[in-house]
Design a protein around this ligand. Structure first.
Ligand SMILES: Nc1ncnc2c1ncn2[C@@H]1O[C@H](COP(=O)(O)OP(=O)(O)OP(=O)(O)O)[C@@H](O)[C@H]1O
Length: 546
């Protein structure tokens, strides 16, 4: 019943109005049935009533208006609530640190934003239709009871029996549907392996055969489970139809045996019974949609709870990593940033990798190189310095003053970077206004002006070589005009010529502009250009002479 709770607590529309509209639609439909019965009796006697015709028109207008108004209200409201869910997820992702996203995982967030929300969007209107049909069943049943109490009792017993058996049987189908969804998930996982690892697959026939044979097995399993589900549904639909025909037969063969004045209402009762079949069918078909919606909402809610827990732990860590005093003053004229006794351990059940105590200082107009072997902790240290990860103890100071918790985002905003696993946006987000001359000058300086141009405030292409893509990422970082530039092994993909350009021209120029420059590098040929070098070993800093 989570869906109803969500509608009750989050809907801006009055749910009583919606219920009133659904009841009105059901009453109007029942009226149509009653009028059809009355008009048929009159037709048997050769008369046509203008009053009944007017009533029929009124009922039809009432039905169309109430149904349309309820549908429009609910559809708009459902999309508004989903939009709110999306915005709050965007906001939670925006305020998340890498740890928070690692804890929750990207998969569930993507699934919630796409699959689960799509399910709710598709199934909720069906659910509203189901409720309307349910109300209609109540009214038509009342009419049936008024016509013949015995016929009503008989139909009620038979319908309850049929619906009960049907619900019991679809439980088994639902279990198979879940199994099929799991199989399909694994199939898509294998497909991602095939497409993402296409080159590796293409280059190794044994790997290709093993992967394809696994995909084939999974596809066969999906085929078999889905085919079985379809057969079960076909049987189920046939069984429901059979149940309806049995009810009809009972109406004309059994009820007359037990009631004396049945012949007076036999036609009306049969028509009313026929009228019930559609709503009963629609209502039971709504149940799987209701289950799907509930399951999708449960997944979204549990994701939000998990994100909320991870975020409150993150805020606790951020509070530990910053000064508690109320300092929200914007950071200006930054001449030095420093790490003082910073310690950090990756969370993990058995205790992860630890860094610290880290003590380091980065100054305006200085080039600082960070060196160290694979897995020594360089990228971790960069994540701590840039405020991407909150540390366990110690402090960051800016111009000698400890960073306040309210300054954290403002602090992150002081950095431009090209980090490991960077993402290259084709549009220049966050750069406003865009100085076209400067972009063109940078494209020339990076020697890619013949490949890329600026078109509609975006780069004309990002389909470039690894080295060229990194040059484009550096252009973006420079256009941001931030006081601090952090580059993680930027030159590793550059050819010898451009490597020299980078170390001997670009970096010294940026130093002359008064930037704080921090570069993770292994290029010992240019170590003499640095003002300061920190060597990282097992999560510890060691300042070496240049
Ligand atoms: N997200 C993470 N969760 C847990 N442990 C991690 C995570 N990222 C890195 N580590 C651990 O931290 C250690 C340091 O990793 P880091 O990426 O900082 O090294 P690095 O010096 O940048 O190495 P490389 O030169 O290979 O990029 C690694 O040994 C790894 O085991």
């Amino acid at each position: 019943m989570m869906l109803f709770n969500v509608l009750r607590t989050r809907a801006n529309i009055n749910m009583r109005t919606v219920v009133a509209l659904l009841v009105m639609a059901a009453v109007s439909t029942t009226m149509v049935l009653v009028i059809v019965n009355m008009a048929s009796s009159q037709a048997e006697e050769g008369t046509i009533s203008a009053r009944l015709l007017a009533l029929m028109a009124l009922s039809l207008i009432g039905f169309i208006w109430s149904q349309h108004t309820a549908d429009t209200l609910v559809a708009g409201e459902v999309e508004r609530i989903l939009h709110q869910f999306r915005l709050s997820l965007f906001d939670e992702v925006r305020t998340s640190s890498p740890e928070t996203l690692e804890t929750v995982g990207q998969g569930p967030i993507q699934a919630a934003m796409t699959q689960e929300m799509q399910t709710i969007s598709n199934t909720l209107p069906m659910l509203m239709n189901g409720i309307q049909q349910l109300v209609l069943i109540v009214f038509v049943s009342l009419y049936l009871a008024w016509l013949s109490l015995f016929a009503f009792a008989m139909i009620a017993v038979l319908a309850a029996l049929a619906v009960g058996i049907h619900l019991y049987r679809i439980k088994r189908i639902n279990a198979a549907v879940r199994e099929a969804a799991e199989d399909e998930g694994k199939l898509f996982g294998g497909l991602t392996d095939l497409l993402d690892g296409f080159k590796e697959v293409k280059m190794n026939s044994l790997r290709r055969e093993t992967l394809l044979s696994r995909l084939k097995t999974r596809s066969e399993r999906t085929r078999d489970t889905k085919a079985t589900i379809k057969q079960q549904w076909t049987r189920e639909t046939a069984a429901v139809q059979l149940a309806f025909y049995i009810m009809m037969a009972a109406m004309v063969f059994i009820v007359p045996m037990f009631t004396s004045d049945y012949h007076d209402v036999a036609v009306q009762t049969t028509t009313a019974t026929l009228f019930l079949f559609g709503p009963i069918g629609s209502t039971i078909m709504t149940l799987p949609a209701f289950n799907d919606s509930e399951a999708a909402l449960a997944k979204i809610t549990s994701l939000q709870e998990e994100l909320g827990d991870a975020l409150s732990k993150q805020h606790q860590r951020e509070a530990n990593a910053t000064d508690s005093k109320d300092t929200s003053a914007p950071l200006t004229d930054i001449t030095e940033i420093a790490l003082n006794d910073v310690r950090f351990t990756y969370p993990g059940p058995t205790g992860g990798f630890s860094v610290g105590p880290l003590n380091a200082s980065f100054k305006r107009g200085e080039i600082t190189f960070i060196t160290g072997g694979n897995g020594a902790g360089k990228s971790t240290m960069i994540a701590l310095l840039t405020g991407l990860r909150a540390f366990d103890s110690g402090e960051i100071t800016v111009n000698g003053t400890p960073l306040g918790i309210d300054q954290l985002q403002n602090y992150r905003d002081q950095f431009a970077s090209v980090l490991a696993g960077y993402h290259l946006f084709d549009a220049l987000y966050g750069i406003d206004p865009i100085d076209e001359d400067k972009v063109n000058a940078l494209l020339n300086q990076m020697e890619i002006a013949n490949k890329v141009t600026l078109e509609n405030n975006a780069f004309s292409t990002t389909s470039l070589s690894q080295g060229q893509r990194k040059r484009l990422a550096l252009i973006t970082a420079l256009l941001e005009e931030k006081p601090v530039l952090v580059l993680d092994e930027w030159a590793a993909d550059q050819d010898p010529h451009f490597r020299s350009v980078f170390y001997e021209k670009i970096l010294p120029d940026l130093r002359a502009q008064g930037k704080i420059l921090i570069c993770v590098t292994h290029d010992d040929r240019w170590f003499h250009l640095a003002d300061r070098i920190y060597h990282v070993r097992d999560g510890q800093f060691d300042e070496t002479s240049t």
